[in-house]
Design a protein around this ligand. Structure first.
Ligand SMILES: O=C([O-])CC(=O)C(=O)O
Length: 189
């Protein structure tokens, strides 16, 4: 039987994992397994789990926050605009149409996201500069690494409902990510 420790819920991640100092936006360590145990009977659609197809990058192995979205295809203009603006602890969900041909986020955008207080970025697509991503205090999930960058054509949509791997994610939803998976809820849990 898995042991569920109360401590795991209450000690902030930066303290558990020995981060040298407190991050700009400390992420409470909420276990996605605990959330799924509590909500597994919820078939209302308010509680969703993303399919287990995401790789983990960035120096924050767990993160959570209210969602903002970008919908784009092989063009990261609006992703850059988002991470260049204040994140206030939000999670940016990028529906890149699951393209495996271009990287939407690299070291520069990850550094902007960390600097501007984004808790995390979830890309339904690719990222690059893995060593630089892993040095930034922001959580990053993506399908894969791809060294080719995008073209910046100024196309895309911000803060619209998106479908990520068949799961609806809407601006204002809450996202919880840890080593076990990614959970979406229509309210803070
Ligand atoms: O700028 C881009 O298009 C993506 C990138 O490589 C970075 O964020 O460093």
């Amino acid at each position: 039987m898995r042991h569920r420790s109360l401590l795991r819920r209450t000690i902030p991640l930066y303290a558990q994992k020995g981060f040298p100092s407190m991050p700009a936006h400390p992420t409470p360590a909420i276990s996605t397994c605990d959330l799924c145990d509590a909500h597994k009977g919820d078939d209302s659609g308010a509680f969703r789990v993303l399919p287990p197809v995401f790789q983990s990058y960035g120096a924050l192995p767990a993160f959570s926050g209210p969602v903002s979205t970008v919908k784009c295809f092989e063009d990261n203009t609006l992703v850059k605009a988002a991470v260049d603006s204040p994140g206030n602890g939000r999670v940016l969900v990028v529906d890149a149409g699951a393209s495996l041909r271009r990287a939407l986020v690299g070291g520069n955008l990850a550094a902007s996201a960390a600097r501007n207080g984004w808790a995390g970025i979830v890309v339904n697509g690719c990222v690059r500069d893995v060593a630089e991503l892993n040095a930034e205090r922001v959580g990053i999930r993506a399908l894969a690494l791809m060294p080719l960058p995008t073209e910046k054509r100024g196309e895309g949509l911000s803060d619209v409902a998106v479908q990520v791997q068949g799961v609806w994610v809407r601006p204002g939803d809450w996202l919880y990510a840890d080593a076990d998976g990614i959970v979406i809820s229509d309210r803070a849990l």
